[in-house]
Each structure stands twice: as C-alpha cells, then as structure tokens.
Design a protein. Structure first.
Length: 297
C-alpha cells in the first residue's frame, strides 16, 4: 500500500537510505581528501566505477558521444570541481546544500531547450534559494570562500548539464549508463591531475592513503555510485518522477547533519538561515507543481 508520500513503505525506506548515502557521502569525501589530492580522488573514483563492473554489465544502447558527454560532465565537471572546492574552500555540510542548486540549473536548461516559459513559482523559488546563497557568501568565517561557493555552483551546473544529456539518451538501465560513461571521465581527470596536481603529489597521496582512505574511495564507487544510482533508477522506473524526485530534498539534511556530528562542523544561526532559505526554494521549485495539481488548478 502506498503511504501518503506516494511510495509503499519499503520503497520509502529505500529512498531514505539512498538520500542518507548521498548526503553522508560529503563527509566521506572529506575523509578521502585528507590524503588524496581532489582530482586524484575523482580519477580513482571513476576508474573503480568503470572497472570491474563493466565486465558484467552490457553497454547501454546509447551513442558513444552521449556516453562521453555524460562522463566528462559528471566526472570531470561535477565531481572533479566539487572535490577541488571541498579540499579547503567549503565545508561538507554547505557543499551538500549548495550543490543542490543543480535543480534550478536543470529546470532552466530544460526550458531553454523546450521553449517553456518560466513560471511565477519558479521565480519565487529561485529568489529564495539565491537569498540563501547570498547569506553564505556574506559570511567569511572560513566555512565557504567565494572561490569555494563559485566552484560548487559550477559543479552544480555541470551536474545539471549531465542531467540534460542523460535525459536525451533515456537509458533503460541507469546503472549501466553510469558505469560505462565513467571511463570517459578518466582521461580529462588524469590530464588535469597531472597538470594541476603533478605526478609527485598524486603518488605521494596514494602512498599516504591508509585503509580508511581506500574505504572512502571504494564507497564513492560502490555505495554512492553503484547502490545509489541503481536503486534510484529502480525507484524512478516504478513511480512517477514527481513522487520520487522530491526525496532529494533530504540530501542536504543528511549532509549537514553528518558533517556536524562526525566532523564537528558548527551550525551557526546564519547557516541555519541559509539552509532554510535554500531548502524553501528547492521545496517550492520541486513540490509546487504537485500541490497545484492536487488542488485541481
């Protein structure tokens, strides 16, 4: 029986588990960055996301160009930039919040492609979220630098661009799509790591990595990518996107909560205000169409 959330209890618990994995993953990233340079971490993540699972999953029936575009946008774009920002320029909790602005980038990119006009509720949602970002930008206690905020916003834009590429492909098996596209993230990440971090720093990071670091790297590939995307795709194939997608609002809740509990990230009043504004914007943007439909308008 579906709950009032529109999902059966078991499916609702699965969705919450996915959000917990994706949200707490920002803390896992921070642990891995203690030893590994950010681009090297991203390189290892996507290498392990492709191999060995590609040996067991058939290549999705989409074009190589589409796979390459998604791999570059998500691998080098989203995660390469996100990891770089999280090294020293933004805390995991704030990163988990700011990167969710991909929702707005996805909406406006979709409108750009379809010619659909921006609705009033979307303008309100954007203003609310932008106010939250402004609160973050105006505080200089080291939680987020202007560079860090800008990089995470760029990562969010890369994520939304990847969403557009994936939507165009409409893969039947999202896990297979993610795995096979991951190989295309490896060349640009390797090139950028060699140029920006250097071979010595890359090798030093790998040599300094301990068991916890490698566990964090594997979690990036197995937990965050394989379980997360496979389970999320499974839910999307069984329920309307309007029912499943709003569950993503829980990611910053887990992200900020885990960062506070496990890393001791302080939750000052201004962070809570920023959190409330961004989450309000995301909620209006994602939930208003369902509410309006329920009202029969």
């Amino acid at each position: 029986m579906p709950t009032r959330h529109g999902l059966p209890p078991a499916h609702l618990l699965l969705a919450i588990a996915i959000m917990a994995v994706w949200g707490t993953n920002f803390v896992v990233i921070k642990f891995a960055l203690e030893h590994l340079p950010p681009l090297t971490l991203a390189l290892l993540r996507f290498t392990l996301a492709f191999f060995p699972l590609a040996l067991f999953l058939p290549r999705p029936k989409v074009g190589w160009t589409n796979l390459a575009a998604y791999g570059v946008l998500i691998g080098a774009g989203q995660f390469g930039i996100l990891f770089t920002a999280m090294r020293a320029d933004i805390t995991p909790g704030l990163a988990s919040l700011v990167v969710q602005t991909q929702v707005f980038f996805t909406i406006f990119l979709s409108m750009r492609l379809t010619g659909e006009k921006v609705g009033l509720y979307q303008i309100v949602a954007l203003l609310l979220a932008s106010s939250g970002l402004a609160v973050i930008a105006f505080h200089t206690d080291g939680s987020a630098t202007p560079l860090g905020l800008g990089l995470v916003l760029l990562a969010a834009f890369s994520w939304s661009s990847g969403n557009m590429v994936a939507r165009q492909a409409a893969p039947q098996n999202m896990l297979s799509y993610v795995v096979w596209s991951s190989i295309f993230a490896v060349p640009p990440l390797l090139l950028f790591a060699l140029v920006l971090e250097g071979p010595q720093a890359m090798l030093a990071g790998i040599e300094a990595a301990d068991g916890a670091t490698w566990a964090a790297v594997l979690w990036q590939s197995v937990g965050n990518t394989m379980f997360g995307y496979a389970a999320w795709g499974w839910l999307l194939n069984r329920h309307p996107a309007g029912v499943v997608a709003p569950m993503a609002l829980m990611v910053p809740v887990f992200g900020m909560g885990a960062s506070a509990l496990l890393l001791g990230e302080p939750l000052q009043s201004w962070k809570l205000v920023a959190f409330a504004l961004v989450m309000a914007g995301l909620s209006v943007g994602m939930l208003w169409p369902r509410i309006r439909q329920g009202m029969g308008k």
